[in-house]
Design a binder for this molecule. Structure first.
Ligand SMILES: *Cc1c(COP(=O)(O)O)cnc(C)c1O
Length: 380
């Protein structure tokens, strides 16, 4: 059966003759034109018209009031947590089934993750598991939530929309209100993904996007913060530009800032990629539908989105029978010209985070043993 799957995938990507990759970037639009314009203008660094344009267009596209560029998605999350008031010694509720960047970013703030399980239908942070954990382990005191065992303040909640599949946002928004938690969405994988018609990353206080080379659209490296709060967006821009007070010639800084702003040359690439996004999304959803039909026939679960969401299907995923079957398939496909890879090792199993607090992680462990990503590039 593995050879049937591998052959089918090769048929889907006939142009990738050597090896079918997991996710290739696609540059068929104005990328070279805008890059040339950018170089000709000499404005290749952190100030320039493409940066402003990229921010405006992403805000328009996502429906966020404002968007602020970052050098990458990881520092977008770092900045978001700082702006939301996450401080040294705080705890942050997040999922163990995520890319390392989520947990690294909160570690930069000196905060500790508390790992809450994911839902079986979204692969993302589970509102019901989160409330279950809060009711057992936390208490509200003076408008803040505290962990009863550690005494630490629990300041924020960071869900991640795994492979582009939105989490149950209505329920999470409600819980965060109820327990005074700042909601920061790690929407690094979900540009173009909608929850009840609204773009992911716009439900919490701040949303974070990534434009790494393997994401749905790329700026080489890059990230973006999404805001509904103008003042917070202004502060993000200030802090990410070394906290330099605007002045025609003088260098005055009024806080500890960061050099986190995306250069114009990356934004030029981003503007061109954003024009292509609707086509990419259409093709990615078409590919997912083909996979779904194919895997339904083989009896293997293809992970699909629900009626209330529209996933970008950044990376397609199948759920195999057990860890054994997972490893057999990984071995077979990777040695027969089709790149596949397992879902991430759970964060609580990595040496940096193995001492962190965890709720019941039944679903995360289920997915860790079974999920494999299969080739997901935009088909030419
Ligand atoms: C890609 C990604 C990020 C950010 O990555 P960068 O490479 O720093 O842009 C953050 N979180 C998740 C879940 C991601 O997949």
């Amino acid at each position: 059966m593995y050879n049937e799957i591998v052959n089918y995938i090769k048929e889907l990507f006939p142009e990738q003759t050597e090896r079918v990759m997991l996710h290739n970037p696609c540059f068929n639009g104005n990328e070279k034109k805008y890059l040339n314009e950018c170089i000709d203008s000499t404005y290749v660094s952190s100030v320039g018209p493409f940066v402003d344009r990229f921010e405006k267009e992403i805000a328009q596209y996502t429906g966020a009031k404002r968007a602020i560029v970052c050098v990458n998605g990881t520092n977008a999350i770092h900045l978001a947590l700082m702006l939301a008031g996450v401080e040294r010694g705080d705890e942050v509720l997040t999922q163990p089934l995520t890319f390392i960047a989520t947990c690294n970013a909160l570690s930069y703030c000196g905060a500790y993750p508390v790992f809450i399980d994911v839902d079986r239908d979204t692969m993302g942070l589970s509102p019901s598991k989160m409330e279950e954990w809060i009711l057992q382990h936390a208490e509200l005191k003076d408008d803040s939530l505290y962990n009863k065992a550690t005494g630490r303040r629990i300041k924020a909640c960071v869900p991640m929309h795994t492979f582009g599949h939105p989490v149950h946002l209505d329920e999470l928004v409600e819980l965060c209100k109820k327990y005074h938690l700042e909601l920061i969405e790690d929407a690094a994988e979900s540009i173009g993904s909608l929850y009840k018609g609204r773009h992911t990353g716009t439900f919490g206080r701040i949303g974070c996007l990534s434009f790494n080379g393997n994401k749905t659209i790329t700026t080489g490296g890059g990230g973006m913060l999404l805001f509904n709060d103008e003042k917070l967006a202004d502060l993000a821009k200030h802090i990410s530009t070394q906290a330099k007070v605007p002045h025609p010639w003088d260098f005055v800084h009024d806080a500890i800032g960061y050099n986190y702003r995306m250069p114009n040359i990356n934004a030029a690439l981003g503007c061109a990629q954003l024009e292509e996004l609707p086509t990419f999304l259409k093709k990615k959803r078409e590919l997912a539908a083909l996979y779904k039909t194919f895997f339904d026939k083989t009896g293997i679960e293809f992970f699909a989105d629900s009626a209330e969401t529209e996933s970008n299907y950044w990376l397609n995923a199948i759920v195999l029978k057990d860890r054994n079957e997972r490893d057999e398939f990984l071995e077979y496909s990777n040695s027969h010209g089709v790149m596949t890879r397992p879902i991430w090792r759970l964060m609580n199993k990595l040496p940096m985070f193995e001492h962190c607090e965890c709720g019941d992680l039944t679903n995360a462990e289920y997915f860790e043993d079974r999920v494999v990503n299969i080739p997901s590039s935009v088909r030419l």
